[in-house]
Write a protein that binds this ligand. Sequence first.
Ligand code: ADP
Ligand code: MG
Length: 397
Amino acid sequence: MRTIDSLGDIAGKKVFVRSDFNVPLDDEKNITDDGRIRAALPTLTRLMDSGAKVIVSAHLGRPKGEVKPEFSLAPVAKRLGELLNKEVKLAEDTVGDSAKELTSNMENGDVVLLENVRFDPREDSKDDSEREALAKEYAALADAFVSDGFGVVHRKQASVYDIAKELPSAAGELVFKEIDSLSRATDDPARPYTVILGGSKVSDKLGVIENLLDKADRLLIGGGMAYTFMKARGNEVGTSLLEEDFIEKAGEYLKKAKESGVEILLPSDNVTAPRFEESAPASIYDTGTMPEEEMGLDIGPDTRERYAQAIAESKTVVWNGPMGVFEFPAFAKGTAAIAEAMQNAEGYTIVGGGDSAAAVRTLGFDEDKFDHISTGGGASLEFLEGKKLPGIEVLED
Ligand code: ADP
Ligand code: MG
């Protein structure tokens, strides 16, 4: 993968950077978690310090190809300026008059942020020629391209993929670090290699489960997806989240795992409640004994201990998906137990998935105690599945 070094001397040159600034906003448009903006700083400061004129592009939300002010990057421009300690000018458009004017009046080390790339329907068009046309307009603003939005490298989009064909291009610091770290789980991982999967749905993670059945030594399953697996084993799950259509598939995975010597661990006990509600009274039931009117909202204490033990014994640990409804404190203990076991583990620890990374932060864990917390949900899953990511392939020699 080409790195920023491959671009040579960039002093005075205009560098078009694709970042991932798709941050959560509250109703007043305040950024509630600026993790993704902070993750972009190493590349941006490096380019600024090298004397480049830095043109940054990003998307926010799903404006679906229309200019919608509620998806403006204005809050990001402000926060980015604070973090860089330098004014970040925001263009009023992506490749229009405002973008052209601001980017043609830059000093070395200046930063201009273009407006949301998804205001232009060509950005994620299925039609190659439409994306290419937009990529040429991006390219006309700059001399080089740096791809640093790891969260979007699995997308074949104009500012991620097509532009890399128009300009000398390289991976930024974040993309480089992500690939380098995630590769420790895909290229000959240190064993035992344990993967913890949770979150709401089995159907979201079929690809990764299927792929890991050949690669991981152990799969620990929790979260909402665990109930479909329990049902496949013949256990009643009350009113827990259940994907009827995937019970058969889950059964096949359990069988395949047995054949290939992969250990699948399922919850042995569960924290349940009569309703999906923060203040609902919590009870604990062993798997198979859950009453009809209760729903499982977290893994139970025995499961927490078994899973923590499995993590402690592992040399490589990948975690994607919370073990329970961690947004409700009474049902956050399972997720917290996994985070804690990973922090204490001697093996190489990777957290992937937007909600899992958010859980680590909101539950108050120190991010530095994990070896790698990925900024990309879908991108990290696809990488772990062994898929080729278009935004990475295009940066390869
Ligand atoms: P990630 O973004 O880390 O990949 P997901 O998006 O797949 O994770 O799932 C996260 C969501 O799963 C959280 O909002 C959490 O509340 C929910 N969840 C976890 N366990 C359960 C459960 N037992 N029942 C319902 N929802 C759950
Ligand atoms: Mg999610």
